[in-house]
Design a protein around this ligand. Sequence first.
Ligand SMILES: Cc1cc2nc3c(=O)[nH]c(=O)nc-3n(C[C@H](O)[C@H](O)[C@H](O)COP(=O)(O)O)c2cc1C
Length: 329
Amino acid sequence: MSIHTPLCELLGIEHPVLLAPMAGVSGGALAAAVSWAGGLGLIGGGYGDADWLEREFNAAGDARIGAGLITWSLARRPHLLDLVLDRAPAALMLSFGDYQPFLSRIRDEQTKFIVQVQTLNQAREAMDAGVDAIVAQGTEAGGHGGTRATLPFVPAVVDIVKEIPVIAAGGIADGRGLAAALALGASGVLCGTGFFASDESLASDNAKLTAVCGNGDDTERSSVFDIARGLDWPPDWNIRAMRNSFTRRWREDIDGLVRNLPEEQARFNAAWAADETDITAVIVGEAADLIKTREPAQATLHRMISQAEDHLRRIGRLVKPITKDRDIE
Ligand SMILES: Cc1cc2nc3c(=O)[nH]c(=O)nc-3n(C[C@H](O)[C@H](O)[C@H](O)COP(=O)(O)O)c2cc1C
């Protein structure tokens, strides 16, 4: 028995689970581990660093993997698209920005094109652009995102895009989440937080420990970390990460942070180098509730699949014929 969906057909995978392309965290080893386990690993090219991309594609060895890039940043470094496409990724995922200028180049290749959306309008645009699959990302997600919640957003996107496989993202890190996403009409899931503390992830030891010890209550969305990192993100998106002394100090005083930027950036960068997670960004989402341990990504994925199968069977058994006794009640 296995859970087989149109997404599995489209991407040629055994399980309908994708590793999110977490910038600087989803490297070649993690992407390969998820792919070898039967899902599809996407390496997180993030803002686009050619050397990093080359190294991480090499680290994936023979595994069949995909990649994800941040679209507004790619627009400033368009040559990186060739670098990624030359590696013949199984899928290319673009998020956060206008991908229209890249469509024809991507269409020249065999790669499946996936776009991550945060609003219904973006879902309509992606459908009109003829993408192969759409990630509907809820605000529970770790990392950058918008304001819609996964539970109503995913079925609303499914209703709009109809035949195009929808991949649910945001707050999904175990089999219950996978089963729920399928019940909402999604064809699979994209998980970031759930793999953040994997053995193969490039997150630092302290970041993994902080994520495992923390929970969803400890996360919040803000722009504080982007300002500290000198990243000029468009205002449509902000970042969910663990709350810490740095966010507590500046979240209500963004102007103050901007005024004190040189000193605060120096403090932030020093903390990054020292792996001090009370100041640096531990980028995980509400699904931090569900990360209980550090383990190989394969263990996480296989537990997710068997738990989802159990839940789908159990939920199926809730549907019963109406008996005479129940009629009388
Ligand atoms: C550490 C981290 C880094 C992320 N970086 C990226 C990124 O570079 N590009 C991107 O499209 N999404 C990125 N995301 C968001 C994911 O694509 C995805 O939407 C999210 O992880 C799904 O929600 P979850 O974290 O609850 O699983 C990141 C998420 C995390 C946790």
